[in-house]
Design a protein around this ligand. Structure first.
Ligand SMILES: Nc1ncnc2c1ncn2[C@@H]1O[C@H](COP(=O)(O)OP(=O)(O)O)[C@@H](O)[C@H]1O
Ligand SMILES: [Mg+2]
Length: 324
């Protein structure tokens, strides 16, 4: 249930369906992205993220679905949708043979900006994305992070209010990734609505107001990072043994543990707090348990993902979880 009207939604999809041949990529999914928020479509390679982006940005037609972007019906007014959005694709639109500045000016021309305004916009964006120094160098000489920044700068030439970012940090080193996160936060601060796809749970956790997990053509779960984390079993302390005899005696001594007889590990439910850890350690000492390794595990989005889509929980892929 939501009180948001369709006007305050930057992106709204109902029953979005797309198949390639007999392969159903999107099996009638619903999406709702409130204006000014970051929505993350999360899924592994081949889940259908790029397909969703291409459809919502009018590059590919859906087989079915009621789709609205920027308040415009995609089936009726694709031109109006195109005018409202910016798309930074998974594969860069940057032309490596020309300079960063020339790439920017090309975009300004595509947006029919007057010459002066085009130059000013290009210079401003190059400055904002820390590319002024490299502006006169061929884009082919740019690092991966610089190319992504140029790509995004090019997307912003038309001042779109809705932006699609398809895996904007895939393949970037951690520093460039953090840099890109800062840029995306800056866009959101300017009131831009962002549709972000990612394979990184951490990235969705960092940036997104709402996250949808795409699996087998359907939304396996949807909610805020906090809500998704509530879907998974709580944290635990994990004890690993190398000696099967020690493992068996520990398993016998400890009640309320989850056993993994193959991996020789025991899991004790815990919130990971210092206080609980101390009592667990005391308890292990008094039971004479000496584990080879002890690790503390607090649930993160990775756990959500595995809980929903992992091979060990095949029954969960059938039952849709909703955490609205
Ligand atoms: N033009 C196409 N023709 C046929 N199959 C396609 C086409 N585009 C994508 N697919 C298939 O659709 C599935 C989803 O692809 P994609 O949307 O690129 O996933 P993701 O972006 O999540 O990695 C994949 O199995 C892919 O092979
Ligand atoms: Mg993709």
């Amino acid at each position: 249930m939501t009180t948001t009207t369709s006007h305050s939604l930057a992106i709204a999809a109902k029953g979005l369906r797309k198949a390639y041949g007999d392969k159903t990529v999107l099996d009638g999914i619903d999406l709702a992205v409130p204006t000014g928020t970051v929505f993350s479509l999360l899924g592994p390679n081949g889940a259908g993220k790029t397909t969703a982006v291409k459809i919502l940005s009018t590059l590919v037609t859906a087989d079915a679905g009621e789709l609205h972007v920027g308040g415009h019906d995609l089936a009726v007014a694709p031109q109006a949708v195109r005018a409202a959005i910016g798309v930074t694709g998974q594969f860069s639109a940057v032309d490596g043979l020309i300079t960063g500045e020339e790439n920017m000016l090309l975009m300004a021309d595509l947006h029919h900006l007057p010459r002066q305004e085009g130059r000013r916009t290009a210079a401003e964006l190059l400055e904002r994305f820390d590319l002024t120094e490299a502006a006169k160098k061929p884009a082919s000489t740019y690092s991966g992070g610089m190319k992504r920044r140029l790509d995004l700068a090019m997307t912003l030439v038309g001042d779109p209010r809705i932006i699609f970012l398809d895996e904007p940090t895939t393949g970037l080193d951690p520093r460039s990734r953090h840099n890109m996160w800062g840029i995306i936060r800056g866009l959101v601060a300017d009131g831009v609505s962002v549709f972000l796809t990612t394979q990184y749970l951490e990235e969705a956790d960092e940036l997104a107001d709402r996250i949808a997990v795409l699996h087998d053509g359907t939304i396996a779960a949807e909610g805020s990072a906090e809500e998704l984390k509530r879907l998974v079993p709580g944290g635990h302390v994990r004890l690993r043994f190398t000696d099967p005899v020690a493992y068996r005696s520990a398993a016998a001594a400890l009640r309320e543990v989850t056993r993994d007889d193959e991996a020789l590990t025991l899991q004790i439910p815990s919130d990971g707090s210092q206080r609980e850890l101390r009592s667990i350690l005391d308890w292990l000492d008094s039971a004479g348990v000496e584990a080879d390794e002890l690790t503390v595990h607090t649930p993160d989005l990775d756990d959500v993902f595995f809980a929903l889509t992992g091979p060990t929980t095949s029954q969960s892929s059938q039952s849709k979880e909703s955490v609205r």
